[in-house]
Design a protein around this ligand. Structure first.
Ligand code: PRX
Length: 653
């Protein structure tokens, strides 16, 4: 049955899920919005009650702005809620994880098998390495089932996991290991990306030279490349597991015990370690996955994010497993060996829910309809989008070509700091509107604010979350002053860093970051991080980085660089500096182009006018330039930009 599309006179396109979808959805009673608004804390208690608790909480919320404690006094274990709760049910022997490698190999773990693997690995962590509750463990892995095992094994014993995306450089890994004070690293020999091996273990080896506090490195043998193993420090996962049969019980954690740290970029300094705790995070993860995706144990649910990002944490691991779904995992790239790999995976494994990013959707659109049309996608019943604004054209393509006008599309807005989805339409409850993320979830209190902090009734402003919510960040690891100043100094309430509009139905459209955080292909990158990397490159005197609109990636990085005296700008230099950034941070932070300039627009006090650079780079009106000390530089930059007009790489001019 098709969904209904209604185009109203004011050109709002409103799309509702089919009656059949609504009839089968777990949540289809609109009362849920009212219920949550009438008694927010009671509503959250009801959601938390869906989890298994070893002992109940004594108070729902203790709030000392900006620090929240939820379900205080309760004890719970996240790993238990993802695994053990299913063992005495008919989910025991159904697939928890179906994994497909880039080479086409498939591995399946039932809930019983995943539980067995995780419980054994927890035993290894405690007995062999002496890992205890509160110890930090860094996970630097490809997208293989063992990454889920490592995460849940840490959670099982209360070790705080810090997953570092496998695309980050040795230096990024070092920074995160130092900041978190990790004792142990779990990695793999390598992973596959577009048919090539990413040599993770040798990147770890490089990092270990600067990480003397790491006592042991556990290496999953995956690609079986040649690696160096340092005796006394490095162990093969397969061999330490072979020695272990004992199953570690899940240890009761305090609701507020940290579950994980996840590093994310901000406007200043090094990435910050966002801390999430156990009870509140799990309550929202389970609830939101069920509500937004209508997730059921019968679903084969595929979230294409890597475990190195928050989406991978909440909606690849904790949310879907807590709901007893089957999680699809695919290791590699969407265009390997061919550009229809995603559609092949969906057809082969009968995926029912697909959750991916607008960048991927725009790439699929560009590659052509014939690719998805070659495959039977009839198993799909719901589609999701996350990470960046999705333009209505891409939304409609996703809806019609992939969903065949049958599947609701949910555009979900949230952040590493929010822990879970904050704004989305709900498939059986609130109609979809291309370009709009929709309404705040029941229980979530979001508003668009004027700069003054007053709510905007209709129109544009800044997104803020007005009341504490269970999965909110509890702080920045080791730096709670920074937590206060970054998120809580703008308004009394949580400031998300995004601009948004709200319309007369309360529907929110998220416009993107209003700070110096870039969003490249759905990945958050701080301008400062890229600038710091550039000025460390030999010959660079000064650098300023801005985001430019990019058809595929949403944003791309453009760098303006002043060279040191006597250094000549050249294509070779540009290429080498770009490679340097990739080596320093990771390929995701690569500038698309570098514009060499003798000067940068500065105020009379010497501050770079980044706002102006952004306008110049994006061909937008320059606005107020009266404070500019060196106006002549603007013309020069405009001319340089027009030479490198297509901004493609490698340079074409
Ligand atoms: O700018 C918003 C954008 O991604 C930022 C959060 O990035 P990160 O913490 O890496 O988490 C990404 C995955 C949850 C936000 O501040 N963003 C995320 N989802 C959307 C979005 N922008 C528009 N629409 C979305 N659906």
């Amino acid at each position: 049955m098709k969904n209904t599309i209604e185009t109203l006179s004011n050109e709002k396109r409103i799309i509702s899920a089919s009656d059949e979808f609504k009839a089968n959805a777990t949540h289809s009673d609109p009362e849920i919005y009212k219920l949550a608004a009438a008694d927010r804390l009671g509503f959250w208690e009801a959601q938390a009650s869906q989890l298994h608790w070893f002992s109940p909480w004594t108070s729902v919320l203790e709030w000392e702005r900006p620090f929240a404690k939820w379900f205080v006094g309760g004890t719970i274990n996240a790993s238990y809620n993802c695994l053990d709760v299913h063992l005495d049910t008919d989910r025991r022997d159904k697939a928890a994880v179906v994994w497909e490698g880039e080479l086409g190999d498939v591995r399946t773990f039932t809930y019983a098998e995943l539980h067995h693997e995780v419980a054994r690995f927890s035993t290894v962590l405690t007995t062999r390495y002496g890992i205890q509750k509160g110890d930090r463990v860094t996970i630097y892995m490809p997208l293989i089932p063992e990454s889920v095992v490592a995460i849940l094994a840490c959670a099982r014993i209360g070790a705080i996991h810090s997953v570092v995306f496998g695309g980050f450089s040795a230096q990024s890994l070092i920074d995160r290991i130092h900041d978190s004070g990790s004792r142990l690293v779990i990695t793999a020999d390598g992973g596959y990306r577009r048919g090539k091996v990413v040599p993770l273990k040798s990147i770890v080896d490089e990092a270990m030279e600067k990480c003397p506090a790491i006592e042991a490195v556990v290496v999953v043998r995956h690609v079986r490349n040649e690696i160096k193993m340092q005796p006394g420090r490095d162990d093969e996962y397969q061999s330490v597991m072979a020695d272990t049969t004992d199953l570690q019980e899940a240890v009761p954690m305090d609701s507020e015990d940290p579950l994980f740290i996840l590093y994310t970029s901000g406007t200043t300094g090094k990435p910050k370690g966002i801390v999430h705790t156990t009870g509140g995070y799990m309550a929202h993860a389970k609830y939101s996955a069920q509500l937004v995706f209508d997730l059921k144990p019968s679903d084969v649910y595929w979230c294409t994010a890597d475990v190195g990002w928050i989406t991978g944490h909440t909606y690849l691991v904790y949310g879907p497993l807590a709901n007893g779904a089957t999680v699809m995992m695919y290791e590699g790239s969407p265009d390997y060996p061919d550009k229809d790999r995603f559609w092949e995976v969906i057809e082969r494994h009968k995926v029912t829910i697909l959750y991916t990013a607008p960048t991927a959707i725009r790439a699929f659109m560009k590659w052509g309809n014939h690719l998805p049309e070659k495959h039977d996608l009839s198993s799909l019943r719901l589609l999701g989008s996350v990470g960046e604004p999705i333009n209505p054209e891409a939304w409609m393509w996703y809806y019609t070509v992939i969903g065949k006008g049958r599947c609701p599309v949910v555009d979900t807005w949230w952040q590493t700091e929010t822990g879970g989805i904050m704004i989305s339409t709900l498939p059986a409850l609130s109609p979809m509107r291309p370009g709009y993320t929709g309404l705040p979830l029941p229980g979530i209190d979001v508003q668009v604010l004027h700069e003054s902090g007053k709510p905007v009734e209709i129109g544009g402003g800044l997104l803020s979350i007005m009341s504490p919510w269970p999965s909110m960040a509890r702080g920045i690891w080791g730096d709670n002053d920074r937590f206060k100043s970054v998120y809580w100094d703008t308004f009394d309430t949580y400031f998300a860093g995004d601009g948004a509009t709200v319309d007369d139905d309360g529907y929110i459209m998220v416009l993107g970051r209003v700070d110096d955080v870039l969003n490249v292909a759905g990945h958050r990158i701080g301008t400062m991080e890229v600038e710091s990397a550039l000025v460390e490159f030999d010959g660079v005197a000064e650098a300023a980085v801005v985001g430019i609109a990019d058809e595929l990636k949403g944003q791309a990085i453009l760098a303006f660089v002043i060279l040191k005296e006597g250094v000549t700008p050249s294509d070779e230099f540009e290429r080498a500096a770009i490679d340097w950034v990739s080596k320093a941070i990771g390929a995701i932070a690569k500038p698309k182009r570098i514009i060499f300039t003798p000067d940068l627009p500065k105020t009379r006090s010497g501050k770079i006018m980044r706002r102006l650079l952004k306008s110049v780079a994006n061909g937008q009106p320059l606005g107020d330039v009266t404070t500019l000390a060196n106006p002549e530089v603007v013309g020069f930059l405009e001319q340089q930009l027009s030479i490198k007009v297509d901004l493609s790489y490698p340079p074409t001019n």
